[in-house]
Design a protein around this ligand. Structure first.
Ligand code: HAM
Length: 423
């Protein structure tokens, strides 16, 4: 038997209703303008990718790949597919598949929904939205610094307060390998103090143990061998230059040696912009360098760096600050009664739209009085009123909604009259 109960959205996946969507539209426009100011170009990838891509790029022993991916088998051909949990892997795949990196570095951005099966809470959703920014083919510290400066500029542009920058370097493959060997030896010595997650990760991905949220592990993790001690000169110089550029531009930061990020593809510079105002989910933007990923996904080695911001988190911060929603406004509401008047009304509405005005044409009949109430509620600056009397003469009445004389004008002069009122 069919049930009549109202169906609900999937837990952790949100509808964005019109009032809130106004804020999203505004945000998207600001962000696009900002990205174009730095020469970034848009790229759009599918929401679904082969599961193998994320396993290879993000790392088999990470929370995302182990626990959070929406993976499924295509019922028609048995392919293993995954709803993208992030955009970097897809972006690199697309760049390689279409040979975009051939002889030309790329500055690219994308935006849209990502999917992670996490426990939903404030600021953490199962479908959430990112704006991702990737620069491929650039090796120097100048681009790392530029991307961080970009973020700082966006916060200023949006009027965002209280986001602090945390910075770290993860060094290169050789130093990470040395660190890994030391970490394994250290944790082996303290095997009895490892929790189940850490025991599982001991040989597969010991660096992840440092990311443990378990308070019982805190002391053990704090005393673990530090990657900083293993860094080679070139990685340190790279990091110094990033810091020097930030200082020259007065961007404050804090070095956080335990910032390791939740994805395996990073090396050298990593950073997070964090606020204390969103409870536990305080990271609004994060990223870093990932020089090994292009090769890992199957391309010729190429350096790369990027970041992504969480749109829900940024908008929540702006809303907390009492950011007023810019309501989309209507210029004209067209009121009409009678058959001939209705025909003229739809012609007039189209004419006004040709002239780039925003027009609500009353639908559904009703008395002049009830239509005028709707005109009032719509927030339109002008009501255009058409009865059969006006229609006979190919004229309309124009009423300024904020008060003022109602005037009767020919259809030909309508746009000019309306423009005078809304000016
Ligand atoms: P990520 O740190 O996993 O990095 O995610 C980036 C941002 O997405 C987070 O800082 C947060 O604001 C937002 N975010 C992540 N998960 C959720 C969630 N469940 N609900 C709401 N917001 C969330 C990446 O995804 C990398 N691809 C960033 C990158 C680009 N690195 C290099 N290039």
């Amino acid at each position: 038997m069919m049930s009549n109960e109202t169906l609900q959205a999937v837990r952790g996946m949100n509808d964005i209703l019109p009032d809130e969507a106004e804020l999203w539209l505004w945000f998207e426009e600001e962000v696009r303008d900002w990205l174009h100011g730095y020469g970034y170009r848009n790229i759009r990838m599918p929401l679904v990718e082969p599961t193998a891509l994320f396993k290879r790029a993000i790392g088999e022993v990470t929370d995302i790949v182990e626990k959070e991916m929406y993976s499924f088998e295509d019922a028609l051909n048995g392919d293993h597919l995954t709803l993208r949990p992030e955009g970097t892997a897809s972006c690199v795949r697309a760049v390689l598949q279409h040979n975009l990196l051939y002889n030309a570095p790329q500055r690219l951005y994308y935006s849209g929904p990502m999917f992670r099966h996490e426990r939903p809470q404030k600021g953490r959703y199962r479908q959430f939205h990112q704006v991702g920014v990737e620069a491929l083919g650039f090796a120097g510290p100048d681009i790392d610094a530029e991307q961080i400066l970009m973020c700082a500029r966006l916060w200023r542009k949006l009027g965002l307060r209280d986001v602090a920058l945390q910075l770290n370097t993860l060094g290169d493959a050789a130093s990470r390998h040395r660190h890994r060997v030391k970490l394994i030896a250290y944790f082996e010595q303290h095997r009895d103090r490892l929790d189940a997650d850490a025991t599982r990760r001991l040989y597969a991905n010991p660096l992840r143990i440092l990311d443990s949220k378990n308070p019982a592990m805190r002391e053990l993790v704090a005393a673990a061998p530090s990657l900083t001690d293993e860094l080679d000169e070139e990685a340190l110089r790279h990091f110094d230059e990033v810091q020097a550029t930030l200082k020259r531009h007065d961007v404050a930061f804090e070095i956080n040696p335990s910032l390791v990020r939740g994805l395996d593809y990073y090396n050298r510079t990593v950073f997070e912009w964090v606020t204390t105002r969103l409870g536990a989910q305080g990271t609004v933007c994060a990223g870093g360098r990932y020089d090994g990923l292009v090769e890992q996904v199957g391309g010729k080695p190429a350096p790369a760096t990027g970041f992504a911001m969480g749109v829900e988190r940024l908008l929540a911060l702006l809303q907390e600050d009492g950011m007023a929603l810019p309501k989309a406004k209507v210029d004209v509401y067209v009121v009409h009664q009678g058959e001939r008047a209705s025909r003229l009304a739809s012609r007039v509405a189209e004419q006004l739209r040709d002239d780039r005005l925003r027009v609500l044409l009353h639908c559904g009949g009703g008395s002049f009085k009830s239509q005028m109430k709707k005109a009032d509620a719509s927030g339109a600056a002008v009501a255009v009123v058409i009865g059969d009397d006006e229609a006979q003469a190919d004229e309309v009445s124009v009423k300024p909604m904020q008060g003022g004389e109602q005037v009767r004008v020919s259809v030909r002069n309508l746009t000019a009259t309306v423009n005078q009122i809304i000016k």
